[in-house]
Design a protein around this ligand. Structure first.
Ligand code: FAS
Ligand code: PHB
Length: 390
């Protein structure tokens, strides 16, 4: 088989890249290790930046998101028993959209299949070859047969645990990482949200986040130990801990059946450069942010918007300038988003190793935010999404 762009991974990065390339008349093949059912039902991110919403609408993918997504014009920070609302609309004139990542993936897969474009699920033993030449190759097994896909370019959109980043020779990549001394225990529950907008909680017992997926479905998180045993958390214990951390006068959580639960590790991770030869990394394959800033999915979308534009210049005009600058262009945004995600995580979580002084400074940070329009604006403009570099 032959194509212009071989794409490894059918997550948000790989699928959105394939769609943006198709709109530009550039052929691609998406090769995904898991089944369609698995990728369409994997519960992950929930918040789309205004920037990502614009990108999806501009690519003709906004219909269901605009029908089912919830526009949010602010978020609440809850600390010391009080709330401070960050008013996105007043501070930035923009908003975010609560729309589950698995629905974004479903919409992208539907668009891919409707366009009759190649999307191969359950591909085994995927490997990349000759990435330093101008005819890189993908090999894999599909439907029991060995396959080889000759490409002009390969996009590594295969997430943090994929095979593309490791295919880059040792010594090429500079790795930046930080592992946090906690994780998130997340649940999906059939209950009405107790607040109209997201509530980020800084509490002496630990961080909590009250998010949602719809007026009937909540997505709630608790800071927990990095090696937390999920089995040790009964439904009652989860609800009791969420209530204790989110307590505020006049506020009460709505409980309901927990339909999904899991533990998400917390790390900051970046590789530089995000490219080698004809291999270009995008999304979680290149970087991971702690989800406190709601950025993982949005960073993936920003990467592929830059890559699609660079590949258009390359295939249409033979211009390699944008491709050569791909990594630097993406990393400018990646590092600003890493900073924001690290800052939100540092400000809102309980660090066992913190001294009394550090804990009081953390509270002062929140109090300063609550009293400063400038500080609240800085949080708001990062949360709704920095301008794309395309
Ligand atoms: P993805 O990991 O989504 O997709 C990579 C794809 O590549 C997968 O489908 C995988 O099966 C496939 N793949 C892997 N190896 C392969 C191989 N060898 N061959 C072929 N295919 C291969 N972000 C937020 O903003 N908010 C959140 O609340 C949030 N929660 C998260 C919870 C969890 C448990 C995880 C793991 C991540 C969470 N994230 C969150 C981050 C998440 O949303 C990612 O940023 C987003 O999925 C990135 O998209 P991709 O880069 O496409 O990577
Ligand atoms: C979610 O709804 O899953 C979500 C929202 C905001 C975050 C992280 C996760 O910061």
């Amino acid at each position: 088989m032959r194509t212009q762009v071989g794409i490894v991974g059918a997550g948000p990065a790989g699928l959105l890249l394939a769609h943006l390339l198709h709109l530009r008349g550039i052929a691609s093949v998406v090769v995904e290790a898991r089944s369609r059912d698995y990728v369409e039902n994997r519960i992950r991110a929930g918040v789309l930046e205004h920037t990502t919403e614009d990108l999806l609408v501009g690519a003709g993918l906004g219909a269901r998101m605009q029908r089912e997504g919830l526009a949010h014009h602010g978020v609440h920070l809850r600390f010391a028993g009080r709330d401070h609302r960050i008013d996105f609309a007043a501070l930035t004139g923009r908003h975010v959209t609560v729309y589950s990542q698995h629905k974004v993936v479903q919409d992208l897969i539907a668009a891919r299949l409707a366009a009759g474009q190649p999307l191969l699920f359950e591909a085994a033993d995927v490997a990349v070859h000759d990435i330093s030449g101008d005819r890189p190759r993908l090999t894999f097994r599909h439907d029991g047969a060995a396959q080889e896909l000759t490409c002009d370019v390969i996009a590594g959109c295969d997430g943090f645990h994929g095979i593309c980043r490791p295919a880059i020779p040792s010594g090429v990549l500079e790795i930046f990482e930080r592992t946090y001394p906690f994780a998130w225990l997340g649940i999906l529950a059939e209950a009405r949200p107790a607040a109209d907008e997201l509530v980020y909680v800084n509490h002496p017992r630990g961080f909590a986040l009250l998010s949602m997926r719809s007026p009937e479905l909540v997505r709630l998180y608790l800071q927990c130990a990095p090696d937390e045993d999920l089995e040790a958390w009964s439904d009652d214990r989860i609800w009791a801990e969420l209530a204790a951390r989110s307590a505020r006068e006049g506020f009460a959580l709505n409980e309901g059946p927990i339909v999904q639960r899991g533990i998400t590790p917390m790390r900051s991770f970046v590789v530089a450069p995000m490219q080698y030869g004809r291999l270009f990394l995008a999304g979680d394959a290149a970087h991971i942010v702690p989800p406190t800033g709601a950025k993982g999915l949005n960073l993936a979308a920003a990467d592929v918007a830059v890559l699609a534009r660079a590949l258009e210049a390359f295939f249409r005009h033979g211009d390699t300038g944008r491709l050569a600058a791909y990594s630097a262009t993406c990393l400018d945004r990646v590092w600003k988003v890493q900073r924001f995600s690290w800052w939100m995580t540092s400000m809102l979580h309980r660090f066992e190793q913190h001294s009394r002084f550090e804990r009081r400074v953390q509270l002062a940070e929140l109090e300063y935010l609550a009293g400063s329009t400038a500080a609240s604006t800085a949080l708001a403009e990062n949360y709704v999404g920095l301008q794309l570099a395309v």
